[in-house]
Design a protein around this ligand. Structure first.
Ligand SMILES: *Cc1c(COP(=O)(O)O)cnc(C)c1O
Length: 418
């Protein structure tokens, strides 16, 4: 028995399923999860001394790679000044200014502790601002584990038979409407029936939690137009894409402008941070300025703020994005050599679709995902793992490239899959 296997047995005794977030259990790819001992750059080392090139990268926050020296130095510097005040401080001010100075459509930011919290607060804000209750989400988009969003979501839910979580009251779910992605007709129908009751539409503009399902620009444009015509707010959940596609995320790159944006992952540099951001007239409805309550004992924790600030500061000049584009392109080109695996890529995000049918075309919605990928992906994942490649441990989670990856790492991935 390996050390990882031993530890997993112990963990299962004291923690549900042995893990603190479901996908970590390897449930959908089989086998026992690797227990990580340390990580550096693009590499992780497990407790048995095996090393892997990491293409999961903590599910997105580590755009600069593991254990980045500048982020580490900033964290240590912050730690030396004490690590939590529960009071006004300058670390969050600096980060908020860095963001609002460089993203012109954002006036104001509120920091929270996770993406889930950011979405929860954004929905409350939208409901307060419109005086309406209903929220429209899309089938296959994941917005964290707040009750109202656990309906036809993705991420850890994508691989399980349970599409709705147990424990979500019907009274909550009845205010969540669900539309298919990539489908203007359904949107039009929902808006014509319910448009006057919809407080907000929330979408991952590049859905990346149930595979990677890139949307047509005209579809998103149409959605924005319907929102405007019906007085519903548009929320872009950029928890994965924010600061990853460009500094200003998908929003900056697309020219589309949501009313509210949610961020997470990269904004905390690998520490627990989320954020709600947008125009001043909306943001100022949050307490203490306005009537929408929102709070947190550890919110804007100075150590996490320092990690986020340093990460964003490094990203600002755009060099990392150029490197990531080159890597992504190289990955796409080389993956063409692998039979029976399609790669869908959006900048530094990639999704390996292990299907026998290579003629699927671009997959843009959940119902277009081939039915045979789960078992095939499990096989792919396990054989990659034995050759030192750590892929996302679910057929529906996307892979992440980071500044720490090299062309050589991509070649190792492709050779391993071969
Ligand atoms: C990760 C993610 C969330 C949830 O963030 P947590 O920090 O895990 O709570 C919400 N929305 C999207 C698009 C995400 O990728």
């Amino acid at each position: 028995m390996s050390r990882s296997e031993e530890l997993f047995e112990r963990a299962k005794r004291v923690t549900p399923g042995g893990v603190h977030s479901p996908v970590r259990s390897f449930k959908s790819v089989g086998g026992s999860p690797v227990f990580v001992d340390s990580a550096d750059g693009a590499q992780i080392t497990d407790v048995d001394g095996n090393t892997y090139i990491d293409f999961c990268m903590a599910f997105g926050p580590l755009i600069l790679g593991h254990n980045h020296p500048a982020v580490k130095a900033a964290v240590i510097k912050a730690l030396n000044k004490g690590w939590s005040y529960g009071a006004a401080e300058t670390a969050s001010l600096r980060l908020a200014e860095l963001i609002t100075d460089n993203i012109d459509w954002v006036d104001s930011v509120r920091f929270v502790n996770s993406g889930t919290e950011a979405v929860m607060s954004a929905l409350r804000l939208a409901r307060a601002a419109t005086g309406r209750d209903k929220i429209l989400k899309f089938d296959g988009c994941y917005h964290g584990h707040t009750d109202a969003m656990l309906i036809r979501a993705g991420s850890g839910l994508a691989a399980s038979a349970v599409t709705d979580s147990a424990g979500v009251p019907a009274s909550v779910s009845q205010d969540t409407l669900v539309a298919p992605l990539d489908d203007e007709d359904s949107l039009e129908k929902i808006f014509s029936e319910q448009g006057k009751h919809i407080a907000a539409v929330i979408i991952e503009p590049v859905p990346a939690n149930h595979g990677l399902l890139p949307q047509r620009h005209v579809f998103l444009e149409y959605l924005a137009k319907l929102c405007k015509a019906n007085g519903a707010l548009l929320i872009f959940d950029e928890i994965i894409t924010g600061f990853r596609l460009t500094f200003g995320g998908f929003t900056q790159a697309s020219g589309l402008r949501p009313d509210i944006v949610t961020w997470g992952k990269i904004i905390g540099g690998g520490f627990p941070v989320g954020a709600v951001a947008g125009r001043a007239d909306l943001m100022n409805q949050f307490a203490p300025e306005g009537p929408v309550y929102q709070a947190g004992t550890l919110s804007a924790n100075p150590v996490a703020m320092a990690a986020g600030y340093t990460t964003l500061e490094i990203l600002m000049d755009g060099q990392v994005y150029t490197h990531l584009d080159e890597l992504g392109h190289h990955l796409e080109v080389r993956m063409a050599e692998i039979p029976d695996v399609i790669v869908q890529r959006y900048d530094s995000l990639f999704w390996l679709v292990a299907t026998g049918d290579k003629n699927t075309g671009v997959i843009r919605s959940k119902d277009r995902i081939p039915g045979d990928i789960a078992g095939r992906y499990a096989h792919l994942f396990q054989s990659a793992l034995t050759t030192g490649i750590y892929l996302p441990p679910s057929p529906y989670e996307v892979g992440f490239l980071s500044a720490a990856h090299s062309r050589n790492n991509i070649d190792q991935l492709v050779d391993s899959l071969k």
